[in-house]
Design a protein around this ligand. Structure first.
Ligand code: C5P
Length: 305
């Protein structure tokens, strides 16, 4: 059973002050893009869980950047399905990575979403969409969105989802880095900046400008409405990313931002053709490890074979 699930970027990522549970309240707008993780699950006769992984050539991560032990989100997703439905059989799991590792594009969350669906199908547990959503939220704040895909508003930790109305397709350039940024480290830098009085964290609210640009299918309006409160903290930890952002602006990107907690730089283009031109400019001059052109919205987790 093979399932693919998409990577994402956040068109809005507004972050409030840290709560007692350690998490931050978010008002976010996710868009899934056509960059996919694929997970294959096949039931075993014994009780072993076996995980292997290959990376597509565009994913330039350090080998070992993704642990293949019980901490891997795919393993945790498989265990969560087994526990919920009382499955005692083992499973062979295989990840094909197409989303950069620790890039702020929720590749690990896409793996978890794909694994939930692949295991539910391989073991034929008859899971409902609501049950998968609940398991997804238990695995990470971005996992429910990877199940659903398209464009959605996320409140709470980012896991309380509702679909967003959009029109047309948006064309993006992603400049990725081999060395990822840790999401908890970027949130910790956000907290440090708040404690030091360098930034103010307010209760986050959804951006009308982002929502209306999406509804109108207007990339120019979307480009100037993009917001990411984690951009400052990510750039404080990885200041060299400013050079890549400047290159995208030179090439007349409509909007340039850090994707999620970074370090991927996302640039919005006028068209697919313009995305290729921005990508060529960044690749020729810049120091990114890979430059990809993608479009969104893309569908959520789905069985492909
Ligand atoms: O939920 P997930 O494991 O994907 O989140 C990774 C880390 O990001 C959390 O451990 C937390 O440090 C941070 N986070 C947060 N507030 C959120 C989502 C994530 O502080 N709403």
């Amino acid at each position: 059973m093979t399932v693919r699930a998409p990577g994402k970027l956040n068109l809005q990522l507004s972050v409030g002050p840290q709560q007692a549970d350690g998490y931050h309240p978010l008002a976010t707008v996710f868009q899934a893009v056509d960059l996919f993780e694929t997970v294959t699950a096949s039931a075993r006769e014994d009780d072993q869980y076996v995980l292997e992984m290959t990376m597509l050539p565009t994913v330039k991560a350090d080998p070992g950047a993704v642990p293949l032990d019980e901490t891997n989100l795919v393993m945790r997703a498989a265990r969560a399905v087994a526990t919920k439905y009382g499955i005692t059989d083992g499973v062979n799991l295989r990840i094909v990575k197409g989303v950069p590792v620790a890039g702020g594009m929720a590749g690990g969350s896409a793996d978890a979403a794909a694994a939930l669906l692949a295991c539910a199908e391989a073991w034929d547990v008859g899971a409902t969409r609501d049950e998968l959503d609940e398991l997804a939220a238990g695995l990470g704040a971005d996992v429910p969105f990877a199940l659903h895909g398209h464009t959605a508003v996320g409140l709470g930790r980012g896991d309380e989802l509702s679909p967003a109305m959009t029109h047309g397709e948006f064309h993006w350039v992603f400049a990725t880095q081999g060395h990822g940024l840790s999401t908890p480290a970027v949130y910790a830098e956000f907290d440090r900046q708040v404690a030091a009085g360098e930034r103010v964290a307010r209760a986050p609210r959804l951006s009308d400008a982002v929502m209306s640009a999406l509804m109108a299918g207007d990339p120019r309006a979307l480009g100037s409405a993009l917001v990411n409160d984690l951009q400052g903290p990510a750039l404080a930890l990885a200041p060299h990313l400013k050079r890549t952002m400047a290159l995208a602006r030179d090439a007349e990107a409509l909007g340039v931002m850090i994707s999620g907690s970074g370090p991927t730089v996302a640039a919005l283009a006028r068209s697919r053709q313009h995305a290729l031109a921005i990508a060529a400019h960044i690749s020729a001059v810049g120091d990114s490890d890979a430059v990809l052109t993608v479009s969104g919205p893309a569908p959520g987790a789905m069985v492909i074979s």
